[in-house]
Design a protein around this ligand. Structure first.
Ligand code: DX5
Ligand code: ZN
Length: 220
């Protein structure tokens, strides 16, 4: 069985206290860190760049899960590869060269993931499924933390889980991002997801207690 991973999204961490928030999340049992790169174009918000990913890499051995929300992702992928993040997730909607970028990331020895916006169908990534290491299902519209979980996305997770059963050669892990709390995490696990990104649920409250609460909800 695939190991369940709780991935605190540093989008909701305190930027002036980031090191402390990361340390506390590690203490609480975080399995990897989720880093949202937004360019203000693909989504209407600006966040971090590869420099922050590199800085976090230097402070922790925990896996780093980069979520790239940018137009022309090819402009950022080479620099992101340099950071030695573990996993780089690209939106299929963000470039016509997504196959090439996945190949570049994997050729550099990193894992490559593909992200689906809520309105994007699984069929749009069929040719990529034999190749990718991760599929990230957006369970909110990308761009902001603190939004409500979009329930119909559960059937998309189920569809991707079923495809893995039908094709044992598919090696991707299934990740969800957005609106994750102690209830929605359970539904996502039942649908077949194994990696769970959570931002506001973790960082807006007692970080250690909130991670424990998520872990308890999915028995891990
Ligand atoms: C939204 C980001 C998420 C965000 C999730 O575009 O991709 O990673 O941090 O935040 P919550 O868990 O608050 O919905
Ligand atoms: Zn994200």
């Amino acid at each position: 069985m695939t190991k369940s991973m709780i991935a605190p999204s540093i989008l909701s961490a305190n930027p002036l206290n980031l090191q402390d928030d990361l340390d506390t999340a590690i203490l609480g049992g975080a399995d990897m860190f989720h880093i949202d790169i937004m360019d203000g174009m693909f989504v209407p918000h600006l966040t971090f760049g590869p420099d922050l990913v590199a800085a976090i890499r230097a402070t922790t051995a925990l896996p780093l899960d980069v979520h790239l929300m940018a137009e022309h992702p090819e402009n950022y992928v080479p620099q992101l590869i340099q950071t030695r993040a573990d996993l780089i997730n690209l939106h299929v909607e963000s470039t016509v060269h997504v196959y090439d970028l996945v190949q570049q990331i994997q050729a550099a020895g990193l894992k490559a993931g593909i992200v689906l916006n809520p309105a994007t169908a699984v069929s749009s990534i069929s040719p990529l499924l034999p190749l990718v290491d991760n599929v990230l299902v957006m369970t909110v519209n990308p761009g902001f933390g603190g939004q409500q979980f979009i329930v119909p996305m559960l059937s998309k997770i189920e569809e991707l889980a079923q495809l893995k059963i039908k094709h044992p050669e598919f090696k991707y892990t299934l990740e969800v991002d957005g609106g994750i709390n102690e209830q929605t995490i359970k539904s996502c696990q039942q649908a077949g997801a194994s990696s769970f990104v959570a931002g506001s649920f973790i960082f807006d409250h007692d970080i250690v207690a909130q991670i424990k609460c998520l872990k308890q909800a999915i028995d891990c």
